[in-house]
Write a protein that binds this ligand. Sequence first.
Ligand code: SF4
Ligand code: SF4
Length: 438
Amino acid sequence: MKTEFSLAQLADPDIAEADKILRACVHCGFCTATCPTYVLLGDELDSPRGRIYLIKEMLEKNRPPTKEVVKHIDRCLSCLACMTTCPSGVNYMHLVDQARVRIEKEYTRPLAERALRAVLAFVLPRPGVFRWSMRLARLGRPFAALLPAPAGVTASPTLLRRIKAMLALAPRRLPAPGPTSGSVFPALGPKRGRVALLQGCAQQVLAPRINRAAINLLTRHGVEVVLVKDEQCCGALTHHMGRDGDALARARANIAAWTMEAESGGLDAILVTASGCGTVIKDYGFMLREDPDFAGPAAKVSALAKDITEYLGGFSLQPTQQHGDLVIAYHSACSLQHGQKITQAPKELLSKNGFVVKDVPESHLCCGSAGTYNILQPDIANRLRDRKVANIAKVKPDMIAAGNIGCMVQIAGGTSVPVVHTVELLDWATGGPRPGLN
Ligand code: SF4
Ligand code: SF4
């Protein structure tokens, strides 16, 4: 794609990066076929190619974002299916991230929407505050039926519609908190490694059992696990809202904490059980490339970050329990398959450890979770969830496995089949408790 940035514009490293990305696009349109919003809405401007044009116009002409641009960028899930499909290697992720930052800085959203976004950006990354908000949401659940039902796909769902979506996502009961920050879990038997395990923010409130299973599985196989003190939310949630100040501050705090841990006790990897977080941590090196103090450490942290299934792929696990022919529908989270290109490791681990693993039809399509998307765009998110659940039902599973808490909550909202984390199944296979019973 031909671009016309001025030399002055290209002096800005972000614009220079956007220019490189835009030039790689040959507008072939292959990406449209796998874009969930294009598949659902059929509007070119809700396709990757259409959004690329909108972003190009905005950046090149140095125009403030218009309502129309914001509508179509807001509808993008950042699922990155377009990046998997693109034959020219267009880095849509870095382009849309940049567009979101510009929208956040230069576009004034309606007051109610600004307030909702501010609340989400404040609450979600803080587990203590999030826990309290979930308790409040539980009290509000009975009133959800009184709030407006979906009225088709609108450019900007009303505040009440979004509150209804939030209440629907709140769990009926909250589990007890999991292991505390600063804890060290020694390896059982001969030690073969030492890792940090990302504690996550929403995950540690909604499903602390996931990291408990990860710790049990790792220590049982000789790996010492550290929950690094002073670690924060990875910044993914605010990063996807264009709030780069917040996201970068969190990235720097984490890099400092993990670097200190790596230098004092040694770390073979920083393991992540929520793939949405893993994709962003692996991008810290890029996000902080212009920061003279953090560029080097950020690149090192990104290199150390691994999805837990990526790390376990090098292990020979010791299955101790038989599960008969338990059929597992494997839901490939977008952040894992498109963001990190991890497609086989989780399925291979499950198969090797006694499960019958089934691929889900249309597995490239997002389930609609996408960070805060299912709150901010509930109607599109619900349609994607229903399509995902219908596809999952075709393989008649006993359980559904996924590697991302956002997807787990989203899919569980549309099915009675237990939805568990891949690592819970691996823990069960090697001596842990059966998942899906709590
Ligand atoms: S597939 Fe890639 S090159 Fe083709 S239009 Fe989409 S982003 Fe551009
Ligand atoms: S990230 Fe997903 S929703 Fe956004 S343009 Fe790409 S394929 Fe479409």
